[in-house]
Design a protein. Structure first.
Length: 160
């Protein structure tokens, strides 16, 4: 069974209205919107015109997106700064805005979040050898995007 192809949009005004709705639903990066517009079959000139209009009408704001993304991934998924930064880079957010967004994370909350992640994982690890156990916790926290020095500090301070 063939999947019907999405209808291509050729009218720039229709595309703008649809893009406004797309941006109003949740914060988007410029690249996400650009990709979506190309997916709809628009020409490069029309895509750039729409992006400019979305920015000027404040539907699209890269800084606001970066802060919302950072807050969401940190609060909801307990991601560390490294993983959040990688996610923003994938969405082609400028480094200046990434740095600004990461600066919104409270250092105390960040530390507590790492402790919580390690405690949760610690309860699930059956490993008895303390060195292997610590290594597994360290690797897990690194996969969640936390910095090694901070992980080691938390592991040293606690008896996980």
């Amino acid at each position: 069974m063939d999947v019907p192809k999405a209808k291509k949009i050729t009218d720039e005004k229709v595309a703008l209205a649809k893009a406004e709705h797309y941006c109003a639903y949740q914060e988007r990066s410029q690249q996400e919107v650009r990709d979506k517009l190309y997916e709809w079959g628009l020409w490069p000139q029309a895509v750039e015109n729409i992006i400019v209009q979305l920015i000027s009408s404040n539907f699209l704001n890269e800084e606001r997106f970066a802060k919302a993304y950072t807050k969401g991934k940190f609060n909801q998924k307990d991601w560390g700064k490294i993983k959040i930064k990688q996610g923003l880079k994938l969405k082609q957010v400028p480094d200046v805005l990434i740095k600004k967004a990461l600066g919104t994370i409270d250092p105390d909350n960040y530390f507590q979040s790492l402790e919580k992640v390690l405690q949760k994982k610690s309860a699930l690890i059956a490993e008895k050898d303390p060195y292997k156990r610590r290594y597994k916790l360290q690797q897990y926290a690194m996969s969640r995007g936390y910095e090694l020095d901070l992980i080691l500090e938390v592991l040293k301070a606690s008896d996980l």
